[in-house]
Structures are given as C-alpha cells and as structure tokens.
Design a protein around this ligand. Structure first.
Ligand SMILES: Nc1ncnc2c1ncn2[C@@H]1O[C@H](COP(=O)(O)OP(=O)(O)O)[C@@H](O)[C@H]1O
Ligand code: SF4
Ligand SMILES: [Mg+2]
Length: 334
C-alpha cells in the first residue's frame, strides 16, 4: 500500500470518519451506514453491537472495500496508519487486505469451499496476495500456514481435511487462521461465533483473543450478543439504523448506558453471567428505505420528546471517551 509515516503507539491504528454507504435497490436507495465515525487504538478490541439490519456488516465490508456492486460509498474516510483506504487503487487495496486489515466474514465457516482441502484454501489466500510461486515462496507459505493453525489451536494435519470433516468450531478456527495468515494490524470478525453452541462460542472467542494478543492486532468484533461481546471487548459501539448511538468503554456502557437504545439493550440482558442471548426490545427496527425523520430511534424511544421527530442528534463526546447521539444530552459539557 502507499507509504506514509508509521503512527506512533499512542495514535489510533484505524480512524473511520463520517462513513456513509447506500445500497441501490429496485425499491430505492437504502442508506445502510449513515455518518459512522470511530477510532481503534493499537491492540484494542472494539465491539460493534446492534440489532440485525443496523449496518454492522456493511460497515465491516466498507472498511475492507468488499461491498457488492450495488453499494456505493457516499463519503467518509477509513484511515489505516494515516492512509485512506477508500482512496487506494484496487491494486494497493488488494495488497492491504489480509496484510494490513483482515476480515473474518459473517458466515465464513459455511462459505469454505467444500471441494477443497483446508490447506489449499489457506494457500489460495496467500497466493491471492502475493505474486510468485518459487520454492522459497512455497516454503514460506507452508510455514505461515503451520504457524497460523498452531496459533488457533488446530493440529497441523488439518491442512489435509475437507471442511465437512471438521466440527463447526474447527471450521471457525480455520477462518480465523485465514484472517491472520499475513499478520494484519486490524482484524474484523463479523459474528464469528453466531452459528456455534455456547460452549464452543466461548472457546473460539478465547482463541481469537489469544491470537489477537500474540499478534498485537486490534480487533473489531461485530455481533448482536451483548453478553458475549461484553466479556471480550474493551470498548463498545452501539449501532442503530446505520448510525452509532453510543460509543464508550465496555464497563461504562454496561454499568451506565446513556443512550436510551443502549439502556434498553443492557436492560434486556437478564444477567451477563447467564448464557441467554439478547432477547430484543419492543418495536420494529427502522426501515432504511423510508427512515424516520429526526432521531432514527424516536418511534421506539421511551424518552422521546417532540423535537426528536424533527432534529437529528449528532454523536458528541459528552464526557471523557463517552460518545452519545441523543438530544437529551445536548449542551452537556464535553
Ligand atoms: N446487498 C444488499 N442490497 C440491499 N440492501 C442491503 C444489502 N445488504 C444489506 N442491505 C441492507 O442494509 C441494511 C444493513 O444491513 P447489514 O449491514 O447487513 O446489517 P447488520 O450486519 O447489522 O445486520 C439492512 O437494512 C439491509 O437490508
Ligand atoms: S434523541 Fe430523542 S428519540 Fe432519540 S434517543 Fe434521544 S431522547 Fe430518544
Ligand atoms: Mg451482519
């Protein structure tokens, strides 16, 4: 990718500014991501949480520039080490993927090629990134694959297995190994455990944490299970209707959520120690084809005021590292 001064360790590794993405659909434009801004420090774990359809996957795919052709990035910046990924050529972006920023996509374990052995699929990931197939490159590739498998606690012989010969947890570990093959600075994991049972979920999350710490990579974990998320991440961004409703340290948000939607999300968790999933909150998720005026959340918000139907709240830092997008906090000291 284009060279730029390396960030020092106190600078964020990733800064997303005012990202907006629209899908062109036969029924009209769907603004799936609407002015999303956040930053990620080196080695930090950030969770993006929200109901289905809140724009989490679209955000993740935008950072990787892997959106479908029907999607248009309307604006914003994705600064990785100071370089705006949205401005890179296709070629430079291809080089940045996996080496700088990697995605473990939603449903990854079910999209492994059933006809190819695991080792071939891992090799393909490296090949897609690197030209040349001389003996040294092959030995380097094999060594990388072995290291990656070891770090996700899979035995080396897994390279000779077809996906159907592996359990769900093992397949998900293969997908994590794929994501870390080239030692990225940022790993995005989109609902990495949603298809797994609770015990395996925790084991896979533990592996992801170990791998991330060993690499010193930052992680964006996308999910809808606030309970699981809370145990893994340092900070949480709560998404609603394509926007960030609240961003802050996980403990602060769990103890004292400020945005009314975040408050309902936390309340809907019976107990963070139980293994129940998020049960949902009353009301329908907003239509992004025909979004509500004013604050996206006003039709469902128990604290809505008349002006919430007309005024659009901005995401503002209302106290140190606590960002909230709600008119209730307008004028709060920052
Ligand atoms: N390929 C697509 N074409 C049209 N609309 C889409 C497409 N993918 C997602 N959307 C819409 O974008 C919104 C956000 O979706 P998504 O990013 O997948 O949310 P999440 O990951 O939070 O469930 C939803 O309203 C969804 O219907
Ligand atoms: S701006 Fe109004 S409707 Fe929106 S979350 Fe705040 S109080 Fe509720
Ligand atoms: Mg999703």
């Amino acid at each position: 990718m284009a060279s730029n001064p390396a960030p020092n360790s106190t600078e964020p590794v990733l800064v997303v500014r005012d990202l907006s993405v629209t899908y062109r659909t036969p029924a009209g434009p769907v603004r799936a991501v609407n002015g999303v801004s956040f930053s990620l420090r080196p080695g930090e774990r950030l969770g993006l949480v929200g109901e289905s359809g809140s724009g989490k996957t679209t955000t993740a795919l935008s950072l990787m520039r892997l959106l479908q052709t029907s999607a248009v990035i309307e604006g914003g910046q994705v600064l990785l080490g100071g370089v705006d990924l949205l401005q890179l050529s296709e070629e430079d972006m291809r080089e940045a993927r996996f080496a700088e920023i990697a995605l473990i996509p939603q449903g990854a374990m079910n999209s492994l090629n059933p006809m190819m052995k695991v080792g071939e699929q891992l090799r393909d990931t490296i090949r897609a990134h690197r030209a040349g197939s001389n003996a040294k490159a092959t030995a380097d590739t094999d060594a990388r694959i072995q290291r990656a498998l070891e770090s996700v606690e899979l035995r080396a012989t897994v390279v000779n297995s077809y996906p159907h010969e592996l359990s769900g947890g093992m397949k998900q570990r293969v997908c994590i190994a794929m994501g870390i093959l080239l030692n990225p600075k940022v790993i995005i994991a989109d609902e990495p455990t949603s298809a797994l049972d609770v015990v395996v979920q925790r084991q896979v999350m533990e592996t992801l944490r170990k791998v991330q710490e060993a690499l010193g990579a930052a992680v964006i974990l996308v999910g809808h299970d606030m309970g699981l998320m809370a145990q893994f991440v340092d900070r949480i961004g709560v998404m609603y209707g394509g926007k960030l409703a609240e961003v802050g340290p996980v403990r602060g948000i769990i103890k004292d959520p400020l945005h009314p939607y975040a408050q309902l999300l936390i309340k809907s968790l019976p107990n963070l120690e139980t293994k129940e999933n998020f049960r949902g909150i009353p009301g329908l998720t907003p239509s992004l084809l025909n979004p509500p005026s004013g604050c996206m959340f006003h039709p469902r918000c128990p604290q809505a005021m008349p002006r919430c139907a007309t005024d659009v709240p901005a995401l503002v830092e209302i106290k140190t590292d606590r960002w909230v997008s709600c008119l209730l906090y307008e004028g709060s000291p920052s």
